[in-house]
Design a binder for this molecule. Structure first.
Ligand code: SF4
Length: 399
């Protein structure tokens, strides 16, 4: 199975997005703790790792960590705002270290909207330079976009821009806003859209990508808001293939092993033909309105076939619907007999991280850095007109 794990390399950032769900924390990684998490994913027989943040390029050990993960046989990916990758020397360094794929985040190609979302001026030019630098060094480039209130109406405009100006970008990832954590949680009134606000522009964006032979994935969007492209839903693909995901958070949550992808459903969802393979509404935060969900009457089979038959993703061994269906039904029965994991709280239950190594550490020095960063956060929040995230509790160990 092609499971991919996530490691939050740092949690600080040089941008200040008002909807950041993983803002700064007092935890830090050393070369050794980063290696321990890479080893953890290798021990779990994972296919790849996504190095993320915060802004992962701000960790001085990033190239070393990329090289180590590569040497352990992982497919190495990174999510970045592109600010450091815009420097040709840095792009060469991470490419030579073994980076296979980079996701550059761009939320809107309208400069004034991007500046508002980033809490920082003039970021677009550096993101575009990062895309070209990475491609020049042979690193595959994807564009990531968080769907929110300010870009929900022009997602297709972003796609048209990239097709015209950055034709080497062949894959796009759309993430519906996670309203449950960090600044996203406390700034819902500013950045959280209604699902209906994005429906038309998401459809136009996906249709355009499909028509131009580009590929895409969509995360945290219920299938009734993308029925034509249900096979591209990240949750649906994981449900169909029975995949899990490990996230090594750099905060109190530590390691979270996600195995269940179904979240909140509306009263009518049991009547929906896609309910068995739909992730529903993202579960935490109680922010989106289940009343927006509309049960569907479309066949499930072509969607499952598109996922298991995808020639670009040969990770799932059963390639025909006749083989897949009994395996899927068996997995559903097994899942029913297991106790339901409680993912509603801040800390995951212990059974979600039975043998994972500790993630990062809080030291005197990192706690002092965190206090200074929170002063900066408070200043930037005031000047950006957004609320700062809730502070972390500090449990310090000796340096
Ligand atoms: S109605 Fe419910 S089960 Fe059906 S696609 Fe929408 S969220 Fe999923």
């Amino acid at each position: 199975m092609a499971n991919i794990g996530y490691i939050q390399v740092v949690r600080h950032c040089n941008h200040f997005c008002g909807f950041c769900s993983n803002p700064t924390s007092p935890y830090v990684h050393t070369r050794e703790t980063l290696r321990a998490l890479v080893d953890d994913l290798v021990a779990r027989d994972y296919y790849g790792v996504v190095l993320t943040g915060g802004e992962p390029t701000l960790h001085p050990e990033l190239p070393e960590t990329i090289g180590y993960a590569k040497s352990r046989g992982l497919h190495v990916r990174m999510i970045t705002n592109g600010s450091r990758l815009a420097q040709p020397d840095f792009a060469r360094a991470v490419a030579e270290a073994g980076l296979d794929l980079v996701h550059v985040s761009v939320y809107s190609v309208r400069p004034e909207v991007e500046a508002r979302l980033r809490g920082t001026d003039d970021t677009l030019g550096r993101a575009f330079a990062a895309i070209e630098n990475a491609a020049d060094h042979g690193v595959a480039v994807n564009v990531n976009c968080v769907i929110n209130k300010l870009n929900a109406d022009h997602l297709d405009e972003n796609v048209r821009y990239f097709i015209e100006h950055h034709p080497r970008v062949r894959h796009f990832v759309w993430n519906n806003l996670d309203p449950s954590m960090g600044r996203a949680e406390v700034n819902q009134a500013l950045f959280l859209h209604r699902l209906t606000d994005m429906r038309d522009s998401l459809f136009r964006a996906l249709r355009l990508l499909h028509a131009t032979a580009r590929t895409f994935r969509v995360e945290r969007v219920p299938l009734c808001f993308m029925p034509e492209f249900a096979w591209a839903s990240t949750e649906t693909r994981k449900i169909v293939k029975g995949e899990e995901r490990i996230v090594h958070f750099l905060d109190q949550k530590q390691t979270v092993r996600q195995t269940e992808w179904d979240h909140i459903y509306a009263e009518g969802c049991p009547e929906c033909s896609l309910r068995p393979i739909c992730g529903g509404l993202f579960e935490r935060g109680d922010a989106f309105d289940p009343a927006e969900l509309v049960p569907l009457r479309v066949p499930l089979r072509p969607i499952a076939e598109a996922v298991i038959g995808d020639p670009s993703d040969p990770s799932y061994p059963l390639r025909s619907f006749e083989e897949w269906e009994p395996d899927f039904l068996r997995r559903l029965e097994e899942a029913k007999s297991l106790p339901r994991l409680d993912t509603s709280g801040e800390l995951p239950p212990p059974e979600m991280r039975p043998d994972a190594p500790p993630v990062g550490q809080v030291t005197d020095r990192s706690a002092a850095r965190y206090r200074r960063e929170m002063e900066t956060v408070a200043r930037r929040a005031r000047s950006s007109g957004v609320a700062p995230e809730r502070p972390h509790r500090l449990h310090v160990i000796d340096d």
